[in-house]
Design a protein around this ligand. Structure first.
Ligand code: ADP
Ligand code: MG
Ligand code: ZN
Length: 366
């Protein structure tokens, strides 16, 4: 990993409210409550991954313990710094995914009774709280029912529907929204400026549209571009980072299916899935791939419509010449139906394998 790669990840985690992108409804309330010392006892931060829940929980923890007389959190005082570095004794972060039992919560409840040792408030951040067992929720509920004055709980989850109503009703709830493309573009532009990277407008627009509301995804695309070693962020560079590895495998998979090599295709699918890709995502990307192949057959310069680089389109053009329109259409139908069925099925992979077999048999019948 090169230095810049690490730098982006560490340097741009917001330490103050004004660095948060979007989530204005949350920032406004928390800022006020911190300024007026009217912070509540229990918060629930819910919403999609990468939208700032953990970051905001830490800002709240800093805000109530910050030593500054001005805007809190200041991000630079002794307490803010200690919280940032994870060494502040009065802020406890629990990952509910790996500490989900009654015993974990019991331990927590024992520590809740003692007042903070250096800060003003003890803050317990429980991430992925939906992973708690039933017993753990019950134990937590007891504390939430009679919280000591000096304690603040922040629960964060991507799946609030899995929380018991008794817990929900005791929390001040904030839904974290997907961050708008404009805000993501602005955030990425600021980061590029600070790093001395020139970024083209259309590169950032493409990056933001692929981040799909998640700042974390946006940062991760930016990190990949930067670690590819470029000092200028161009649309083609973003396309390269976004497109190639997935397309490469999809291209081979498509060839195999189109030539009736079913066994090879099933092994290829296994290769794609074991790289950590989610089945539904693969189906979606494959539909897009066929869609691109279809358009490339009919349109001479489809770069803009397809968000693909010229190079990428040229290699797809060769393939699309070998595919019949009827075959492409048929595959799109099958995969779209599959995508729909996949929403209700726990066996998406099996359905996908069956679809591949059907597609491959159809191809070899001709
Ligand atoms: N709204 C946001 N504004 C600025 N940066 C954000 C925002 N949301 C996420 N990030 C960035 O993404 C990283 C992960 O965010 P995190 O707070 O862990 O998201 P979540 O807990 O919602 O999954 C953070 O380190 C931060 O740099
Ligand atoms: Mg988080
Ligand atoms: Zn501070």
């Amino acid at each position: 990993m090169n230095d810049k790669y690490i730098a982006i990840y560490r340097r741009f985690r917001p330490e103050t409210f004004d660095r948060i992108l979007g989530q204005e409804h949350v920032v406004r309330v928390l800022r006020n409550q911190i300024a007026e010392n009217s912070v509540g006892h229990a918060y629930l931060f819910s919403g999609t991954r990468g939208t700032g829940k953990t970051t905001m929980a830490r800002l709240l923890a800093k805000g109530v313990n910050c030593l500054s007389d001005g805007e809190r959190p200041c991000g630079v005082c002794e307490h803010c710094t200690a919280i940032k570095n994870g060494v502040f004794v009065d802020v406890v972060e629990v990952d509910a995914a790996s500490n989900n039992g009654v015993d974990n919560v019991r331990e927590l409840r024992e520590s809740v009774v003692y007042p903070p040792s250096v800060g003003r408030k003890k803050v317990f951040i429980i991430d992925e709280v939906h992973m708690f067992s039933k017993g753990a929720f019950n134990a937590l509920l007891k504390t939430l029912e009679e919280p000591p004055e000096h304690v603040v709980f922040v629960l964060a989850t991507t799946e609030p529907n899995k929380l018991p109503a008794t817990i929900l009703s005791r929390c001040l709830r904030f839904d974290f929204k997907r961050v708008g493309a404009d805000a993501i573009i602005k955030g990425m532009r600021d980061i590029c400026d600070e790093m001395g990277i020139r970024a083209d407008d259309d590169a950032l627009a493409l990056l933001a549209s692929n981040a799909d509301g998640s700042v974390r995804d946006g940062l991760s695309i930016l990190e990949q571009c930067v670690s590819a070693g470029a000092d200028v962020l161009t649309r083609d560079l973003v396309l390269e980072v976004l497109g190639s590895p997935g397309d490469q495998l999809l291209s081979v998979l498509t060839d195999e299916v189109a030539t009736g090599k079913i066994a090879e295709a099933l092994v290829r699918l296994d290769e794609i899935l074991s790289s950590g890709k989610d089945e539904k995502r693969v189906i979606e990307e494959w539909i897009h791939y066929f869609h691109s192949a279809l358009l490339i057959k009919f349109i001479k310069n489809p770069e803009r419509i397809l968000n693909r680089s010229t190079e990428n389109i040229e290699s797809m053009r060769k393939q699309s010449e070998t595919l019949e329109v009827k075959f492409i259409n048929d595959c799109i139908y099958k995969l779209s139906k599959l995508l729909n069925d996949a929403r209700w099925s726990a066996h998406v992979r099996i359905l996908l394998e069956m679809t591949i077999i059907e597609m491959g048999e159809r191809a070899s019948e001709k």
